[in-house]
Design a protein around this ligand. Structure first.
Ligand code: SF4
Ligand code: SF4
Length: 299
């Protein structure tokens, strides 16, 4: 039995990744189980999902603590979640990064697949939902299922337009994924649609993310470094404040879990959209009904 653990953020599709992989495997006559584990249920919060694949029936329903493969959908998770915790000796890691993937390679890994999934998702899907992109990287490294089976699972799950966009993202990711072996060298490079090498978008060592093993207690790499994580790109709704109704009580500021409300000089409040995740807590708590959650514009 092969056990795969997905790490993502709420709204990013980690659960869907696990389910699509399971559906694709079932199409190929294999046995599969997929299920999620949620933390705080809000957009942007870390989420895990699990998938088991086997040639025979699977009875286990427990969370996967010692996966053979870990797939990380969001680069910011490396600093807040022990994504490789429990990963088996010679296990495989699939990561979304724009940085040099060698920084993520440790001696225990059997292989590492890296792709700039955020970029592909943004360019094709027009939003940072990286789940299908990461499936492309996963099957590039380990041929667990055929790309075509994943494409069929997507077609069954989504309407035609969304499915085709996701299939495009899946296939591009498959092409652009970079694989590192234990010898810590590039075994094979994908070629993008333009024919450029798959690592063309990966920047140099000095910009690299930190692996969790390098992080000090508290995960603070340098003072103020959390400000670099612009978590607002998870938002599908944003709070709109109505000054006519606002009584300047400050409850929105108190309740916002992301410190995204800012008190202005005149006593009213504004929203820092770089960090607001659109959870809607401020709107729910506002006693004056001064906050409405509005849908983000596409693109
Ligand atoms: S400003 Fe409102 S919607 Fe945005 S993160 Fe804070 S509580 Fe949530
Ligand atoms: S909770 Fe509502 S009324 Fe109070 S400061 Fe915020 S927007 Fe204004």
């Amino acid at each position: 039995m092969l056990e795969i653990r997905f790490h993502g953020r709420g709204g990013q599709g980690a659960v869907t990744s696990a389910e699509l992989l399971a559906q694709a495997a079932i199409k190929e006559g294999k046995y599969a189980r997929a299920f999620p584990s949620f933390g705080p249920e809000r957009r942007g919060a870390p989420v895990s999902a699990f998938c088991r694949l086997d040639e025979k029936p699977i009875n286990l329903r427990t969370v996967i603590k010692n996966p053979h493969v870990v797939v990380v959908l969001d680069p910011s998770l490396y600093e807040v979640v022990d994504v490789t915790g429990g990963l088996r000796e010679r296990g495989h890691l699939v990561i979304n990064t724009s940085k040099d993937p060698r920084a993520f390679f440790s001696g225990n890994l059997g292989g590492l697949a890296a792709v700039n999934a955020s970029l592909i998702a943004q360019e094709i899907l027009k939003r940072p939902i990286t789940n299908t992109v990461m499936l492309g990287a996963l099957v590039r490294m380990l041929p667990l299922v055929e790309l075509e089976s994943l494409a069929q699972a997507l077609e069954e799950r989504f309407n035609e337009k969304i499915a085709q966009k996701n299939i495009q993202a899946l296939k591009r990711s498959y092409q652009e994924t970079l694989i590192l072996t234990p010898e810590d060298h590039v075994e094979r490079e994908g070629k993008g649609e333009s024919g450029e090498a798959g690592d063309a978008r990966i920047t140099g060592e000095k910009d690299r993310d930190y692996s969790w093993k390098e992080l000090p207690p508290g995960c603070i790499v340098e003072p103020g470094s959390t400000r670099k994580n612009l978590t607002g790109d998870w938002r599908s709704r944003y709070p709109l404040l109505n000054r006519e109704r606002c009584i300047k009580c400050g409850l929105c500021w108190i309740y916002c879990p992301d410190a995204s409300l800012i008190r202005k000089g005149d006593g009213f409040y504004g929203v820092d959209l770089n960090y607001c995740k659109g959870c809607g807590i401020c709107a729910r708590e506002c006693p004056a009904g001064a906050i409405l959650m509005e849908k983000e514009l596409e693109g």
